[in-house]
Design a binder for this molecule. Structure first.
Ligand code: AMP
Length: 438
């Protein structure tokens, strides 16, 4: 379907042309008509599907017909999003899609001085994109009021819940006018997410896009079995050998992201790290350097990487395998954005072997093994399960990951609740390895 069929106004069509978009993505195709007709929307979609344009374009179109003048400190559109990176990207998208409508927009998030944000709001804006904490601060100081909001977008609602923002979100929602147009996006629909949606939306139109399978199939995936101690060396070898023009490397922990970036730089591979402990300006700088090609490798943790909108990522490397298989899909989906092709390499050590099994089960196919000089046959053949966070917090020894009652390789219940024959304080090589705090 071409964009023409969506009946978007000329200034929007011009902006889309400038962006180089040829046809709408599935979520745009499904969501734009009901939104233009004034319906509330419940969108089940993740970043990377084109959802930002799916909600921004119809709002811009409806606003272009709105005769009310701008009022200082009182935005007409409020977009709430969990992370600063995402907030900045949405604001950039609003600017891009609204370029020929002279839309006024501002973005507010914590971690930076509030004065420029306050100044921007004081002139009056159409669109305000915000993270919840900073928005509440500004509301409390009377730099923003929400009684003029006509469109409310709650983006990444599941992440809002995960990150503990639900109370802030509810406080903000309570300040919105009753009569408004509401849009709700979430990658997943857990019961709490559904509950929240129900309180926000009126007779919503439901749109679901599940790009995972398709995305995953488009990405060339390889698993590299390697011992934990050889991962650094393998990473350097891989980054030197292949034509990895723009690579996102994932680690589970913040400190590991720093260590890996430092290690790469010392080996002559310019790299930067991005994670929650970095200051906002350091994160922005790292992203900019990566976008403009000054560094070709960005090392990130999952939360920091979520929502980063960088096109042309040629490779994703999982330095650590995630213990949640869905995270794997999110990570590798960073490459092969909007039709591009990409490659994902995953390092898998013996203690991560069971995570690989879970991932393959989720994506419904085996990931081909890549041969390399540091290949670990023992990692490949490892059959024991890694421990879950709950098991670790109970002492690290007892039980198998899925609660199977018997062990493999002769270590069953007879091991006194220590199926791998390790000590209850992590003598098992599986117990202490996996950091779960991110
Ligand atoms: P989003 O899911 O909103 O983060 O968008 C993901 C990426 O897809 C962004 O880089 C957008 O610029 C891009 N994009 C959005 N819509 C289209 C489209 N119709 N055609 C091509 N690229 C698009």
């Amino acid at each position: 379907m071409p964009f023409q069929q969506l009946k978007l106004i000329e200034p929007l069509m011009r902006a889309l042309k400038k962006q180089g978009y040829v046809k709408p993505t599935p979520i745009q195709e499904k969501a734009i008509p009901p939104l233009l007709a004034g319906r509330d929307l419940m969108g089940i979609a993740q970043t990377g599907t084109g959802k930002t344009a799916a909600f921004t374009l119809p709002i811009l179109q409806l606003l272009s017909q709105d005769p009310d003048p701008l009022v200082p400190t009182s935005p007409k559109v409020l977009i709430l999003t969990p992370t600063r990176e995402l907030a900045m990207q949405i604001d950039e998208s609003v600017a891009a899609y609204g370029e020929f409508l002279r839309v006024r927009h501002a973005v507010v998030f914590g971690g930076v001085g509030q004065n420029p944000q306050v100044r921007a709001l004081s002139h009056g804006v159409d669109f305000l994109t915000a993270t919840p904490g900073r928005l509440l601060d500004l509301i409390n100081q009377r730099h923003v009021r929400l009684d003029g909001v006509k469109f409310f977008v709650l983006d990444e609602a599941d992440r809002m819940l995960d990150m503990g923002f639900i109370r802030d979100v509810r406080k903000i929602v309570a300040l919105l006018p009753h009569h408004r147009h509401s849009l709700f996006f979430s990658a997943t629909m857990a019961p709490e997410v559904t509950d929240l949606a129900r309180t926000l939306l009126k007779d919503p139109f439901r749109v679901e896009v599940t790009p995972e399978r398709k995305t995953v199939e488009k990405i060339e995936q390889r698993v590299l079995f390697v011992d934990q101690g050889n991962k650094d060396k393998l990473l350097v070898q891989l980054l030197r050998q292949d034509h990895l023009t723009r690579t996102l490397v994932f680690t589970l922990m913040k400190h590991k992201a720093n260590k890996v970036a430092h290690m790469l730089s010392q080996n002559g591979i310019p790299a930067d790290a991005i994670h929650g402990n970095k200051s906002q300006s350091a994160r922005v700088r790292a992203l900019e350097n990566f976008k403009n090609g000054r560094v070709s490798v960005l090392v990130a943790t999952d939360i920091a990487a979520r929502g980063i909108d960088i096109d042309d990522i040629s490779h994703v490397i999982n330095y650590d395998l995630p213990n949640e298989p869905e995270t794997y899909v999110h990570r590798i989906g960073r490459t092969a954005r909007a039709g591009a092709e990409g490659t994902a390499y995953s390092f898998c050590s013996g203690d991560e072997r069971s995570y690989l099994t879970d991932i393959q089960r989720l994506i419904g196919m085996p990931i081909p093994v890549m041969d390399h000089a540091l290949h670990s046959e023992s990692a490949k053949n490892e059959t024991r399960q890694a421990l879950s966070p709950q098991q670790r917090s109970r002492g690290g020894g007892g039980g198998r990951r899925f609660g199977h009652s018997s062990g493999q390789g002769g270590h069953g219940r007879s091991g006194g609740g220590r199926p791998f024959g390790g000590s209850s304080h992590g003598g098992s090589r599986f117990a202490p390895r996996r950091p779960y705090r991110r």
